[in-house]
Design a protein around this ligand. Structure first.
Ligand code: GRF
Length: 189
């Protein structure tokens, strides 16, 4: 039996799509059984629909974080989800939610953590004149972009790079890194 994974998105959902594509391999130890978005018109939801994956979309606006997260928790549990993958989910999770899923929530962050936590990583990396950049998959804790690192991928930064060029180079690595890190985590259970 494949492990049941729920993915939380807020936007494009290309990392969610990479997890879905990888999950179709017969030797992949997980399947994506649910996609949740806090942005009801997130482009990634169309991919989920086209692939027959159940979705739940609900705006967080006007709701307390803990109240919103408890609804999400219920939806995940109703779908018998075992692991939660954050894929461009642009919201901090409440400590209560994180505690309930301890060790079973992962995130992908577009930087070589612990460097460059938070947003606008590509611009900040360029501004700092770094020569290396990349992506990190880590276990989610209550702190932003913190928690044990599961896997990293490095890319070079070229002097001619702008944000788009650098983001695209990192994203290619993200799409390989996330499915592999997810599979490794699930296999360890
Ligand atoms: C990715 O760069 C991911 O690392 C970051 O947000 C971006 C989401 O892209 N957390 P997508 O929605 O998966 O295409």
């Amino acid at each position: 039996m494949k492990a049941r994974v729920g993915v939380l998105i807020s936007g494009r959902g290309s990392n969610m799509a990479s997890l879905v594509e990888a999950s179709h391999a017969s030797d992949c130890p997980y399947e994506i059984v649910l996609v949740i978005s806090n942005v009801p018109d997130a482009p990634g939801l169309a991919f989920a629909a086209a692939n027959g994956i159940p979705q739940f979309a609900l705006s967080h606006k006007g709701m307390k974080r803990v109240e919103y997260d408890s609804i999400i928790d219920g939806v995940l549990r109703d779908a018998n989800v075992e692991y939660v993958a954050l894929a461009g989910y642009m919201r901090l999770l409440s400590p209560e939610f994180v505690a309930k899923w301890a060790g079973r929530i992962v995130n992908i962050h577009p930087a070589l953590l612990p460097a460059y936590k938070g947003v606008d990583t590509h611009q900040r990396v360029l501004d700092a004149g770094e020569t290396k950049h990349g992506a990190t998959v880590h276990i989610v804790t209550a702190e932003l972009d913190d928690g044990p690192i599961l896997a990293q991928a490095e890319v070079p930064v070229f002097p001619s790079d702008d944000v788009d060029a650098l983001a695209a180079r990192v994203l290619i690595e993200e799409h390989k890194l996330y499915p592999k890190a997810m599979a490794d985590l699930v296999r360890r259970r």
